[in-house]
Design a protein around this ligand. Sequence first.
Ligand SMILES: Nc1nc2c(c(=O)[nH]1)N[C@H]1C(S)=C(S)[C@@H](COP(=O)(O)OP(=O)(O)OC[C@H]3O[C@@H](n4cnc5c(=O)[nH]c(N)nc54)[C@H](O)[C@@H]3O)O[C@H]1N2
Ligand SMILES: Nc1nc2c(c(=O)[nH]1)N[C@H]1C(S)=C(S)[C@@H](COP(=O)(O)OP(=O)(O)OC[C@H]3O[C@@H](n4cnc5c(=O)[nH]c(N)nc54)[C@H](O)[C@@H]3O)O[C@H]1N2
Ligand code: SF4
Ligand SMILES: [Mo]
Length: 905
Amino acid sequence: MRAGHSAEGGCRADLPVAFSGDGANGCVTDDDALPAFLGPIRTTCAYCGVGCGITATPTGGRSVMIAGDADHPANRGRLCSKGTHLGETVDLTGRLLHPMIGQKRANWGRALNLVARRFRETIERHGPDSVAFYVSGQLLTEDYYIANKLMKGFIGSANIDTNSRLCMSSAVAGHNRAFGEDIVPASYDDLDVADLIVLVGSNTAWCHPIVYQRIQAARAKRGTRLVVIDPRRTESCEGADIHLPIRPGSDVALMKGLLAWCDEAGVTDPDFLARHVQAPDGFWDDARSGHDLWSTARACDVPPALLQQFFELFARTPRTMTLFSQGINQSIRGTDQVNSIINVHLATGRIGQPGAAPFSITGQPNAMGGREVGGLASTLAAHMDFAPENVARVRRFWGAPFTATKPGLKAVDLFRSIAEGRVKALWVMATNPAVSLPDAARVREALAACPFVVVSDVIANTDTSAHAHVRLPAAAWGEKDGTVTNSDRTISRQRPFMALPGDARPDWWIMAEVAARMGWRSDFSYRHPAEIWREHARLTAYQNDGQRLLNLHDYASIGNEAYDNMQPFRWGDRPFADGRFSTPDGRARLVQVDQMELQAPLKDWPLTLNTGRYRDHWHTMTRTGLSPKLARHREEPLVEVHPQDAAALGLAQGDLARVATAQGDSLFRVRLEEGQRVGEIFTPIHWTDQLSTGGRTGLLPRPLVDPHSGQPGFKSTPARLQKIATEWKGFLILRGEHPAQPRCLWATRVAVPGGALYEVAGNGDPARLEECLPAGDRVEAVDLTRGTRRVAIIRDGRLAAVLIVTRSGILPSRDWLIGQLQAQHVGASVLAARGPGRQQDKGATICVCFDIGLNQIIAAIRDQDLISVPAIGEALGAGTNCGSCRPAIASILAQTTQELVHAAE
Ligand SMILES: Nc1nc2c(c(=O)[nH]1)N[C@H]1C(S)=C(S)[C@@H](COP(=O)(O)OP(=O)(O)OC[C@H]3O[C@@H](n4cnc5c(=O)[nH]c(N)nc54)[C@H](O)[C@@H]3O)O[C@H]1N2
Ligand SMILES: Nc1nc2c(c(=O)[nH]1)N[C@H]1C(S)=C(S)[C@@H](COP(=O)(O)OP(=O)(O)OC[C@H]3O[C@@H](n4cnc5c(=O)[nH]c(N)nc54)[C@H](O)[C@@H]3O)O[C@H]1N2
Ligand code: SF4
Ligand SMILES: [Mo]
């Protein structure tokens, strides 16, 4: 160990607890030798709940070669666009490398002492419920276990909630109501043997692409039918047998109509119902009245004939899987919506059988691990709730006399309590609530008012950490060491393949150090994540005589080496195969649910705002925002509007428009989209203050939550839309890392190779943008007739910056100029913004792996008379690597073919 480094408070020998800083202790630092990292390391993708296996081969420094792990059961070697480009996100750009107290760098000792002291003092003065943790499905199971044990066991409050509250808590509540335990009764293997797959409120093609590819493979192989239920026509609908563009929030009506149809058609399973299911009084009377095809079609606003097709298909297909995610969960009636789906599966006995089950697919890489340790405020630990016998059991196991005895504050209430001054110290880990909670402006006010805020993150500057008193540098993907559980209960290892940079440390280590300093040294004296894993596994098995299916008994005493070599495994073989559920009487529950009343459009807020995800971005973009390739798919935050609504509002493609709700407003770029329902608009969740002056979706949703789960209704907020005219527009390209945000009405930044591209627009004098230009030789061209001004800054012969602004003209293609950042020598001609020969504008990037644009695909279809997605792949390469863009290519093919036919007619 170099003395200089350790003096900065890295892996210091004088840190008393739990950590000696050598590689064997689950924490590898810059100072350690790296022999273990030579070969390909098997790990798990950093992103979604599909949980794909990855082999990572370090290639020196902070670079790594990424490939799909052919032996991993979740993906068998495939990766989507995000997984494929993980290598572009592991350098140190933007990393938080040292503990920070305010804006000052501190060593670990000081930072940890401060956090421990402030939490202790707050608890002493105001009681354990005056402090809280807000954690994340992006923590590893081992981190999560420590967070939960520290808060619920030792601090003695259940004020630990997680961003999973925003994500799948309605599924958790629905499972608990129906099954008596939070069990996902399905696996990916079921997708291979199902005959019908129904996607409800799930844009699987973008959000779980490898699951989507698996579905497509099953379709190709055995003709599996696919139905999509989503108000929007998403890319998941491409090639589906049926798309039902239902009225938002009408899923319960739909499922009740389906249940009534199945009952009428005689495909409910009386034997299964009699032996394994309990129905509340009046359940069937209600199910059989008023839910005929016509009323259902009316409630859901879909054509009866289309609905009938779906009902018939469902009724005659025993092997049916219903996959659902945020279109179902993120509703103020999310739990009822979940149970309306489960009801149909229970009534038809389509559960616990191969290829037949309801399947809640989870978002984050370790959403399921969090559920297993019990990291929600509403659960205690290891699938146990706060029943007195559970509290007593967990208290015994932890040796923690003050174990919490009642649920804590759920996310939205937690931040309200902070605003009201009841919670006075908050520790946020691996989540960005200033962006991702509903009514984010109020969340920021709460953070600003909170007397003590700690943020553990891998990135230095986030919208949340702007409010932190203490920032703690956490280990990032590629450095972390532990386990994650994916959507189908498969537990896999995340293994480190890079040294910890600077002072970064694993989250579990940071928490254990604080726990030690709060006085619980011996209870948190872990030296290796394997020790935490074993303790977690033991707790799942502790006095578990079969009431809880989650039981990791077989893993409770594995050695460190076995842990390091642990192969992916799925717990709970085929839950409920024997018809036994985790309720006291072993029977599942049908739950009486009613369709909520859907509000008619309000005068001031005539539109409904739906929010969600883009294919190539992950949440608040702290990682995907670093990848030039991933940035290409959608470079700006768009508001998608049906052309009919756009016409009524005088909006054209590419205009800027303000989306306003009762909570707040933000600017977006308009995209006309036939796939939107009339009256409904859609915006993405990804943009933050770090990246843009607009696109702040988090400001808009209402903080209303589901009464059972506490999950916010992100998918439906009354809104209005208004065109915002600007006098000029343009773009700015800057070499290097330039977090500088141009000061104008509209400025969004994306990473490009060697620098950043900003799209800008505004009113008044655009000269202020020149504040962002670096020093160097200045070349300038002004075209008064078009009102266009072009400025380039050249330093040492290389392009340092270009700014092009126009009042009326058309802007040149950015691609060529971006390429000039790599050129060794540029001159004044760079301002012409095009190279030798004719430049073709590629159009919006469709295939990020091969950088193929929309216009190139259309041209190839026309000129080469192509008729299939594989033929386009052969001609251009597009879609032949990760495959994430294949649904988009299919849609372009259909559209272009149709246009060719029209043109010929
Ligand atoms: N590319 C990418 N992938 C991701 C993520 C990411 O950020 N980017 N995040 C991950 C996470 S944490 C999550 S939770 C998942 C989310 O994955 P998804 O749930 O698939 O994603 P969303 O885009 O939030 O919403 C899904 C769909 O619900 C639809 N919907 C809205 N209202 C209704 C309704 O009333 N009824 C029905 N039936 N549908 C409705 C929306 O139109 C939308 O298309 O994705 C994971 N994967
Ligand atoms: N309007 C609207 N809002 C939504 C949603 C929606 O559909 N609509 N979806 C909701 C859902 S489902 C989700 S899951 C949330 C997601 O929202 P967030 O959780 O707020 O989003 P992320 O960008 O994933 O935040 C993760 C943070 O943790 C950091 N990080 C990454 N790895 C680590 C680590 O190992 N340790 C530590 N300490 N930090 C780390 C990242 O740099 C980043 O700052 O958004 C929710 N908000
Ligand atoms: S589907 Fe894509 S983002 Fe999700 S785990 Fe697999 S590679 Fe990662
Ligand atoms: Mo999520």
